[in-house]
Every structure is written in C-alpha cells, then in structure tokens.
Design a protein around this ligand. Structure first.
Ligand code: MV4
Length: 600
C-alpha cells in the first residue's frame, strides 16, 4: 500500500496552489490553504478543504510569515507542506522549520537547497561532478587584473555575474579591456543591492544561447531519472513568456547527454524530489547554468509530453516511496507549448497591469490545459506576481501544438485587465519562432517592438462588466446576521463601502460559509430536518460537549458549543431522542458538515 501524506498544507497562492490541491483531491488527501487579507476570496482558498488567514497584504506579511504558516500547520493538523514555487520554496530555513515541527517537507533536503542556492558552490558542485559550465572562474574575483587575465586567455566578450544572485540581475557583458574596472564596480554594487553580497565572478559570454533545462526526479532510494527537457528561450528581463518541450532541434544524443549531466549534478548535491537543471545551449554544446530546487512554473509541458503527474510523484517521494517510473519506462510523446498569461501590458514594455478581472472565459477542447489562479470577479493584486493562468497545449508535433496554442489563445477572453495574450499570438506567428531560430536574446533584442505594440493595441479594449473602477471600491468589514438551517449566526463579511453592494460580486464571501471547500458536501442540507446526525454548521473548534451517550435530548436542545470566527455557537439537536454517539471532544477542529453527535 502506498503511503501518502494525510493532510497537505500548501504554503502558496494562485495557480500553483490550485494545481497542487487538484492532485491532492484526486489522491484523496485533504488540503489546507493559507491566505493573505487580499486573498480572502482567492481561487486557492475556494479549492482547499480548510483555509487559515495569515493576515497582511505583502508577501512578507503573509506567504513569507513563518510563524503564521507554522501556526496554520499546527491548527489544521497538516502532516506535510508543499511550498509551490517562489515564496518559501527554496528557503532552507523554512524547510528545516517545517521538518523540526515534525511535518513532511515536500521538497528537496535543505542542504541541497543551500548548495544549489549559491552559484559559486553550485558551479563547484557541477564541476566536481564533471558537468561543465560556461568556461569561467570558480572563485570570486576581486581585482580587475584577475578579470583581464581571464579575458586574455578566453577572449571577449565576457560576462561578470553576481556570485550569490540569480535571474541574471547584476550581470554585466564586457567587450573590451577598458570597460573592465567600471563593469566590475557596477556588478558588485548591483550584487550588493539585489542580493546583499558583493561577490562576483567571470565567464565567457555566449552571444546567442538558448535556455534549455532538464526536469529530474530523485527518490530517497537512490533512484534518479531525467524526464526530458524544456526550451524556455522566449523571455524578457528573465521573465519567461513561452516554454516548450521537447527543445526544438536538439539531437537525441545531446538530449540524453544533457539528461545524464543533470542527474550527475543532482547526485552530487544529494538531491531528492523534483528539480530542474538549467543549461545554456549554443551550437550543439550545453553548459551548466544553475539548478532550481523546486517544482517550476513550466513543469506542465513535461507532464503533457510524459503523461506523468509530477505533483503526485512529489507526494510519493516525500513520503519515502520509490519513484513510480524508471528511466526506461519514461515515454515522451508529441510536443507541448506553454504560454504564461500575465496581467501585463505588452504595448508598454510588459508593464504589470493589476486590476479587477471582469471577464475570464477559458479556452478548452482537445489538447488544451488551463491552470488558472484567477477567475472573473477576482482582482490581480499589485502585491504578487502577475501570472493569471498558464495555457498549455499538446500536439503530436511542434507545429500542431503551435497552431493549437494560437487557436486556444484566440478563444481565451479576459477583460478588465490587459494580458500578454496578444503578444504571445504575435510571437507564435513569427517566422523565427516557427523555424525555432530564436534565442534568449530574441524577444528583447531582435523582435520589432512595434509588432507587440500593434498586436496589443488591436486586441479588444479593456471593457466589460462593471469595469475596474467599480471593483476597485474598497471593501469594509461588517458583521451581519445569517441563518444556517434556521439558526442565526453572526458572520463578518467584507462589503463595498457604498450601502448597496455592486452586482453581487461580493456575495460569495458571505454565502459560501466560513472557508468551506466548495466540493465538500455539507451533510446538514437535504433531509437534515429531524436528522439524528447533529452536524457542524461551519468549520470551527469544539469548546464543550453538553451531552453524553445515554442522555435524552429535546428538539432544539444545545448539544455542543462550537467556536468559529471568535464566536461561540450552540449546535442544537434537530430531533428528540437518546444520544448514541458523541464523536468530538473539546479542542477538536471540525469542518462544515462533520457529524458531532448522533441521536436515535
Ligand atoms: C549567460 C549568458 C551568456 N553567457 N552567461 C541570464 C540569467 C542567468 N541565470 C544567466 N543568464 C545568462 N547567462 C554567459 N556566460 C546569457 C544569459 C542570459 C539568459 C540566460 C537564460 C535565459 C535567458 C537569458 C536572457 C539573457 C541572458
């Protein structure tokens, strides 16, 4: 029998939290969401079985609040934590804090996170495993002479990079000796500013590389498998816009060599769980860049090509199970492309465009997958990243996946905020992309910006529904009475300041009940009148039981005191009879519909 976590807390938000919850649901594992003030009604909260407020708006106040998340773990009784990507996913201290609380960390060992989190030690680890990076210094450089000597040996251009950085911030390209001192100084300054450490190192600079990364998976039984690669070369300012698998034009021989190199790196850092090894690829050669010690945004293209659920595999591996596949059992079929649908304005340099989504009509049909973190009526907040959804298409070959993507992008209707869709449609129709002649420099340096501006301007205007102004009205907390099965409760709801609620956009907050998962049957609905099963009308904590087995009770008699939302509620018997079961005791957490007492 397969051992899986009993209850998973997802320390994240948006599409990745929803994506993890979907797999948990398929596997019968209850899920716990955490949420910030602005995410009170977010999609990930609706998908979870239980949800706990972290408070705050910014990431630091909420999804990076260790004490708050640990508290939610304790209160929910979660036995495992999935970090998603971003936030705490590559934070070794958080991983340790979770483990020390006796909870399973669904991710790699903290030591592997640390080894790969710093580019100097990760390059050393790769080099020790005989996986070459771009030729460069293994130790940080401090004097211009060291850099000049390197350049004399390897030739210009060279890249000066932040040792403890990532994402390309602080990278300086130098094409002549005279520029070395200034470039070093500014690279050090930026490294200090971005990453809090000034150390820099040097590499030969590749002019037109492609970004190709390998998905690997390792278990605790020393099995390691590579699942194929992804080409993520369509980027701007290190934000990926389109990803695909397999990488076009890669020979089977290179693919296998890359996969094996990725596994050597994983081995060398004692890796367990899902990971990605990034390479720069140019002229048939590949060079180790860095390793990402998390499940990545673009993991879905690998899922479509291999048919494997990577989150399910993460749960198995975290529970100590061996991998469910072997290197020889992996079959890669066809081609998958992913577009990151961001709330950004492509006509304004992909400037973030947060706001209220007034229409969100998703594409579907054969070969189309949408992983969305938003829906109509929800607001893309300035506090978090702009990813609204991932649109992924599969086809038997690259061209059919590309055409299917164009079809699906055209079907996707988003109003209220600007999106990257028009830009992606224009890019996918470009000859350089169709012929796969693009590189990491393509979008920023080779594509005519007028193409993106024209596409975005021609796209539908940002109208529909009440418009951003109406939705932008601030919400205020009000305590209002509600009736649940004829019983009165006071609940706190967040309503627009104006006396008349707009549209009904806020109705779900008041009517959905306190954080009840929408898939959960309430148990006290149909046929509840006169039922002997006394069920919790809402999620909460049992304060007191007022009856014992054998007691006789009257209709309407209080049998349990339930604390929910800082209020004590009496839960009453709906029929007269004798108590045959008391299923809860003080301190227990119960969910909506859980049976508390049985009367016959
Ligand atoms: C490079 C490079 C060319 N030569 N290193 C940018 C992100 C960081 N992780 C590494 N980056 C690069 N390093 C050498 N020696 C070009 C890039 C680069 C890049 C790499 C991957 C994906 C997109 C990129 C966009 C611009 C530059």
């Amino acid at each position: 029998m397969s051992e899986l976590p009993e209850k998973v807390l997802i320390a994240n938000r948006g599409e990745i939290a929803v994506r993890v919850m979907r797999t948990c649901r398929e596997l019968g594992i209850p899920t716990v969401a955490v949420y910030s003030d602005v995410d009170r009604d977010a999609l990930h909260v609706r998908h979870a079985d239980e949800a706990y407020a972290l408070g705050g708006q910014t990431a630091a106040e909420s999804y990076l609040n260790t004490a708050g998340i640990l508290d939610a773990i304790a209160r929910s009784g979660a036995t495992a934590v999935h970090p998603g990507y971003g936030f705490f996913s590559e934070n070794a201290d958080f991983a340790r804090a979770v483990t020390e609380a006796g909870v399973t960390w669904i991710g790699p060992p903290p030591t592997a996170i640390e080894l790969m989190g710093d580019k100097v030690t990760s390059r050393r680890t790769a080099t020790a495993a005989e996986v070459a990076g771009v030729p460069g210094t293994l130790d940080p450089v401090t004097k211009p002479d060291e850099v000049l000597a390197f350049a004399e040996e390897h030739g210009y251009p060279i890249a000066i990079k932040a040792a403890f950085g990532g994402g390309g911030r602080g990278m300086k390209v130098v094409r002549e000796a005279a520029s070395v001192p200034d470039a070093m100084e500014s690279a050090q300054r930026e490294a200090q500013a971005y990453f809090g450490r000034p150390e820099i190192y040097v590499e030969r600079y590749l002019e037109r590389p492609r970004h190709v990364e390998v998905q690997i998976f390792c278990d605790t039984h020393f099995n390691g498998v590579w699942l194929g690669e992804r080409d993520c070369s369509v980027q701007r300012r290190h934000q990926k816009l389109i990803e695909e698998s397999p990488a076009p034009g890669l020979s089977e021989e290179t693919r296998r060599a890359m996969g094996e190199a990725a596994l050597k790196v994983a081995d060398a850092c004692g890796y367990v769980n899902a990971g990605t090894v990034e390479f720069l690829y140019q002229d048939g050669e590949f060079y180790f860049l860095e390793m990402n010690t998390r499940l990545q945004v673009e993991h879905c293209v690998t899922e479509l090509v291999t048919g494997l659920d990577l989150v399910a595999e993460q749960l198995r591996v975290a529970a100590g199970e061996p991998l469910s596949f072997t290197q020889d059992s992996i079959e890669r079929r066809g081609h998958a492309i992913e577009c990151r649908i961001n709330a950004e304005d492509p006509a304004a340099g992909f400037r973030p465009a947060p706001g209220l989504i007034t229409k969100f009509s998703r594409p579907d049909g054969f070969g189309v997958r949408v992983d969305a973190g938003y829906d109509a009526g929800l607001e893309v907040s300035q506090y978090y990243d702009n990813l609204m959804a991932k649109l992924v298409t599969w086809g038997p070959d690259r061209e059919s996946a590309r055409r299917r993507m164009l079809r699906a992008l055209a079907e996707f209707e988003i109003e209220g905020v600007r999106s990257t869709i028009p830009a992606q449609m224009a890019l996918l129709a470009e000859p350089a992309f169709i012929e796969a002649k693009h590189s990491t420099k393509w979008l920023e340096e080779e594509v005519d910006p007028a193409l993106l501006t024209a596409a975005a301007t021609a796209a539908a205007p940002i109208t529909g529904g009440p418009g951003p102004e109406a939705g932008a009205e601030p919400l205020v907390a009000r305590t209002v009475p509600v009736e649940v099965d004829g019983r009165r409760f006071e609940v706190k709801v967040w309503l627009p300041e104006s006396p008349e609620p707009v549209g009904g956009a806020v109705a779900p907050a008041g009517t959905r009940g306190p954080r009840a998962g929408r898939h959960r049957s309430s148990g006290h609905g149909a046929g509840a009148a006169g039922s002997g099963d006394v069920a919790a009308p809402m999620q909460g904590t049992i304060v007191k039981t007022l009856v014992a087995v054998g007691d006789s009770v009257e209709v309407g008699q209080a049998v349990v005191v339930l604390e929910a939302m800082k209020m004590e509620n009496h839960v009453n018997a709906e029929k007269a009879g004798t108590v045959t079961e008391v299923r809860v005791s003080p301190g227990d957490t119960v969910g909506t519909g859980d049976v508390l007492v049985v009367i016959s």
